[in-house]
Design a protein around this ligand. Structure first.
Ligand code: NAP
Length: 296
């Protein structure tokens, strides 16, 4: 039997609607949630991500402060801008679109963001809070995957989750969130040092592919009935498409859909969740600010 195709757009729409309602409550108190979006350079993929975020902010009734800087911007200039945004009470969240040009140290820039405005959840303080299970901003893509799994009522407690990838923004936080006591999955993390990847993936009740390798996961690597979450977004050349490429995940969808129990498409699966969780984090940052000024 073919898998249930997970509609990430539908789940994301629910999350965004809730962020919109929370925004309306804040507006009654005179606070309009505002995200500063900083883009350095003109990378086309980054530009399209930034445009998507700004559209989502407008739809939720929030403000986007769009800051575009030339690729020659120095690290000192960027750090000084972040200092200004940290001090600006009308800005509740700060997002610096990654990757940054090579001459800028990303760690230094992320660490310069005030953790109360770190809506991407990449600051070491946010990461520490996540690992310790304390309140704080969770990174949007891993959090979005967790919300998807929960919304679909996919059994998590006691399940074996296998995560392909160990990046700081996807694989590592996902592995951490899935092994939390309130989620209770048993987690295996695979990477390029893993010998015999298929041995692990075939054991997965939940298989999360975040390797950035199109077609890495084929049907024979999937346990029958597993939930397959494809985080990968890869440009593969396609002469039939106007742009000359199409987007593909890490999973061979056509084969996997016949074997899995649930599967996310690319696009339309995890991608929309990332933006939705960002909207949730921005409204949360504004709520934190609202409480801080009212003394609640
Ligand atoms: P990344 O930093 O390049 O990390 C990729 C990870 O996958 C690394 O840990 C790497 O292992 C591992 N890997 C690569 N090839 C592998 C292989 N053949 N077998 C096993 N492991 C392998 O990428 P990322 O930033 O985590 O992103 C991963 C993918 O998700 C990309 O396609 C990206 O575009 C996509 N993404 C999507 C969203 C979304 O909203 N949908 C958000 C973020 C990222 P090593 O550590 O050993 O190198």
């Amino acid at each position: 039997m073919a898998a249930i195709i997970i509609d990430g757009k539908a789940v994301a729409a629910k999350v965004r609607e809730s962020a919109k309602l929370r925004t309306a409550v804040l507006k009654e108190k005179g606070i309009v949630p505002c995200l500063a979006v900083v883009l350095v350079g003109e990378d086309p993929a980054s530009l399209s991500y930034v445009t998507g975020k700004e559209k989502a902010l407008a739809e939720a009734g929030m403000l986007g402060r769009d800051i575009r800087l030339p690729s020659a911007t120095s690290e000192a200039e960027l750090l000084s801008l972040i200092e200004t945004l940290n001090a600006d009470a009308s800005v509740h969240g700060i997002l610096v679109q990654l990757p940054l040009p090579k001459h800028i140290n990303e760690d230094r820039v992320i660490t310069a963001i005030d953790p109360v405005k770190d809506v991407d959840g990449f600051h070491p303080v946010s990461v520490g809070n996540m690992v310790l299970g304390r309140p704080g901003f969770l990174p949007c893509t891993p959090h979005g995957v967790l919300v998807l799994l929960r919304e679909l009522a996919i059994p998590l407690s006691g399940a074996h989750a296998v995560v392909l990838g160990r990046s700081n923004i996807v694989g590592k936080p996902l592995a951490n969130l899935l092994s939390r006591r309130d989620v209770n999955a048993t987690v295996t993390v695979c990477h390029t040092g893993t010998k015999d990847l298929a041995k692990y993936t075939r054991e997965a009740d939940i298989l999360i592919a975040a390797a950035g390798r199109p077609g890495l996961v084929t049907a024979d690597m999937i346990k029958s009935g597993a939930a397959v979450i494809d985080v990968g977004v890869n440009r593969v050349s396609d002469p039939r498409s106007k742009k000359g490429y199409r987007l593909a995940g890490d999973v061979d969808f056509d084969g996997a859909v016949e074997k899995a129990g649930w599967i996310t498409p690319v696009p339309g699966g995890v991608g929309p969740m990332t933006i939705a969780m960002l909207m949730q984090n921005v409204v949360e940052a504004a709520e934190i600010y609202s409480r801080s000024i009212s003394g609640d």
